[in-house]
Design a protein around this ligand. Structure first.
Ligand SMILES: Nc1nc2c(ncn2[C@@H]2O[C@H](COP(=O)(O)OP(=O)(O)OP(=O)(O)O)[C@@H](O)[C@H]2O)c(=O)[nH]1
Ligand SMILES: [Mg+2]
Length: 445
């Protein structure tokens, strides 16, 4: 397969001391040689060169070249990094020159996809590159770096091996029944292996879900009647007066959003319009949005006024949030005279910035373990979705085995579990599964 030579600016498109232009592909050395004052075509190992980019006889810029001979490069192909002066004019001129000599602009993520296609990285690592760049907390960045280093991929290798073991045993039993020295792949064996794998998958799913929370944070909707102090709670959590607070019921009409980092987890907070019956058109739209934000939230904070009895609106709010992960919080505790510590309710005073109890409740409700911050996990929805497919296929195989279906039919579901495992790693299109399986046996030797 021939790879076209691609070029792009690897540094941000702004004025800086230096800029880096990356050129990668089968003709990278050829094309760069046409624009550089030295011929780099015969370079066969990683080399650093100083020289000039030349357009006809004119020097465009004095540069440093980092030359990587494939496959020992990020993309796995011949790759050159041109370190030039950090003016956009210069960088663009060099890129245009490379294009005029046969390169083309790289599309988004094309360097990583080349690295994947050339099997320098697997799909989990390719996804991690993006995650590292987009991480908003130190914890999220650390997790993504673990994935980039291949630690996440290692998590599913034992699973892959075990399913391949049982699959190949079945295949060998079917295809070579005359082999007496090979273990029999019967129904009990299949059930035994699956029973061993399911708890491991459940653990990976749980850790993955926690990893997603560390990486992406959670959406938290603050809901309640007008005037109970929702916006005051938002402001107290954010540590700034972002939402307008007044004693007029119906102050907040639209959604007000803000993010905080609570113990390493990003909370995407959403303050909403107070829920009540309203004839005001604008307020009514706001109330609809409040109800929608309950649907979208991962966690709902229901705010009640601790100085008054619950009314129909409070009950409606408790009802619409009853199936969600939620925390019910009693605000305005500064106005209460009775002893609070006797009941298990969460009391706060947003007015006095006294919201520690709420913060603690949020942390405990999110329930992310310490390990989720430092251990690798399958932490994106694609990986987790496929992992769930693996589990379903294995359960189907177990059911078929228990129903005494012929073993070759049982193996259909096992094969589908195996394919999903390969898909997690992005290997399903590259590897001939039967070859992979039979590589384990020396049948016919
Ligand atoms: N005493 C006391 N007053 C509070 C507390 N929290 C909020 N308030 C007051 O209650 C009133 C309403 O507060 P907001 O934060 O605007 O209430 P809200 O729930 O956002 O109201 P809407 O936007 O109208 O739905 C304001 O006068 C606040 O100062 C508190 O903890 N104690
Ligand atoms: Mg408000």
């Amino acid at each position: 397969m021939k790879f076209e030579t691609i070029v792009a600016l690897a540094t941000p498109p702004m004025k800086s001391a230096l800029a880096i232009i990356r050129v990668s592909g089968d003709d990278a050395f050829d094309i760069v040689s046409k624009c550089f004052d030295k011929d780099i075509r015969s370079i066969d190992k990683r080399t650093l060169l100083v020289g000039s980019i030349i357009d006809k006889d004119r020097v465009v810029d004095d540069v440093v070249l980092a030359v990587y001979k494939g496959p020992k490069s990020f993309t796995g192909e011949d790759l050159v990094e041109i370190i030039c002066h950090g003016s956009l004019l210069i960088a663009n001129e060099i890129i245009e020159l490379l294009i005029a000599n046969g390169a083309r602009y790289a599309t988004n993520g094309e360097y990583s996809s080349r690295a994947f296609l050339n099997q320098k990285i697997d799909l989990i690592q390719a996804e991690a590159i993006n995650d590292v760049i987009n991480a908003t907390t130190k914890e999220a960045k650390n997790l993504s770096i673990l994935s980039l280093k291949g630690k996440t991929s290692e998590l599913i290798l034992p699973l892959k091996t075990r399913v391949a073991d049982i699959l190949s045993l079945i295949e060998v039993n079917i295809d070579y029944p005359e082999y007496e020295d090979i273990e029999v792949a019967n129904k009990d064996k299949v059930v035994e292996v699956i029973d061993e794998l399911i708890p491991q998958i459940d653990k990976l799913v749980k850790e993955g879900q926690e990893g997603i929370i560390v990486k992406e944070g959670i959406k938290v909707a603050i809901i309640g009647k007008p005037n109970v102090g929702k916006s005051s709670i938002l402001n107290a959590l954010l540590g700034e007066s972002k939402a307008i607070v007044t004693d007029i019921a119906g102050t907040t009409r639209d959604i007000v959003e803000g993010d905080i980092n609570l113990n390493g987890i990003i909370l995407h907070l959403v303050d909403t319009a107070g829920i009540r019956d309203s004839s005001d058109v604008i307020e009514s739209i706001g109330i609809e949005k409040s109800k929608e934000s309950v649907e979208k939230a991962d966690l709902v904070i229901v705010v009640l006024d601790s100085t008054s009895e619950l009314d129909d609106f409070d009950n409606e709010i408790l009802d619409i949030s009853k199936d969600k992960a939620r925390i019910v919080v009693y605000n305005k505790k500064d106005q209460l005279s009775h002893e609070l510590s006797k009941d298990n309710k969460i009391y706060v005073s947003a007015l006095n910035n006294d919201i520690e109890a709420l913060k603690k409740a949020i942390i405990s409700k999110i329930g992310v373990s310490e390990e989720a911050f430092s251990n690798p996990s399958l932490n994106n929805t694609r990986q987790l979705g496929l992992l769930k497919n693996v589990k379903e296929s294995l359960l189907k195989a177990k059911e078929d085995a228990l129903n005494d279906l012929p073993i070759d039919l049982v193996s259909v579901s096992l094969l589908s579990a195996y394919t999903s495992i390969l898909e997690i790693l992005g290997e399903s299109n590259q590897i001939d599964i039967s070859k992979e399986i039979f590589a384990r046996f020396c049948v016919g030797k």
